[in-house]
Design a protein around this ligand. Structure first.
Ligand code: SF4
Length: 69
């Protein structure tokens, strides 16, 4: 099961692209503060659990359904 905070680089605010809609094949650096030191180069369809949604972008987060009584 995927971690709730996991997301794709192309939708992540740390993805160092200058495009509003990077493609899966777009390759950019990662500017996440903890990961930056590794000078990661990631593609749009990569991702990690340090993902943070781009400002102004709403990424649906799945929630457990409420238990039925
Ligand atoms: S590696 Fe993680 S933090 Fe970096 S751009 Fe991709 S999802 Fe965001």
């Amino acid at each position: 099961m995927a971690d709730a905070s996991w997301g794709n680089c192309k939708n992540c605010r740390f993805f160092a692209g200058n495009s509003d809609e990077p493609s899966d094949e777009a390759v950019q650096g990662c500017n996440q503060s903890e990961l930056k030191k590794f000078a990661l180069v990631v593609s749009g369809d990569s991702g990690c659990n340090a993902f943070e949604a781009q400002a102004g972008e709403s990424v649906p987060i799945r929630e457990e359904p409420a238990p039925m009584h």
